[in-house]
Design a protein around this ligand. Structure first.
Ligand SMILES: [Zn+2]
Length: 138
């Protein structure tokens, strides 16, 4: 087993990885319950249970969320980065050599695109938007 470390430059937003999960309400048992019952009179189970599921906008095959690149940082960071991967460095690349440029118009266009997608989902936070360096160990 080997460990690979990569550093990514991401133009985008840093969010809590909690946003990847949503609560889905499902019936607690197969019995038909009278409306308003919190528990089933037949089996005693709660009428509803909240199941924690991954957000349906996540595409695990392409590692995207809402169509944007999705990167999870170190296992314990609790963060997810959503945006556009600008550059990627391998473990043996010289960090001093990193060089990238993103034009002002491209940045403005991307900000508008990301914001318009995340704002209605209540996931937008302008303070969390910018260039991020993300270390990914796999
Ligand atoms: Zn029941």
């Amino acid at each position: 087993m080997s460990v690979t470390t990569n550093i990514y430059v991401v133009l985008g937003i840093k969010l809590s990885e909690k946003v990847l999960h949503i609560g889905v309400i499902e019936p607690g048992c197969p019995h038909k319950l009278p409306a308003g019952n919190k528990f089933c009179p037949e089996c005693g189970k709660p009428s509803e249970v909240v199941k924690n599921e991954y957000h349906p906008e996540i595409d695990w095959d392409n590692e995207t969320f809402f169509g944007f690149n999705m990167l999870q940082g170190d296992e314990y960071s609790g963060s997810v980065y959503l945006g556009n991967i600008i550059a990627k460095l391998g473990a043996y690349d010289d960090f001093n050599d990193i060089c990238f440029s993103v034009s002002e118009s491209r940045r403005a266009l991307f900000l508008k695109k990301l914001r318009s997608k995340l704002l209605p989902e209540k996931l937008w936070d302008s303070k969390a938007y910018g260039f991020w360096l993300v270390r990914v160990v796999s």
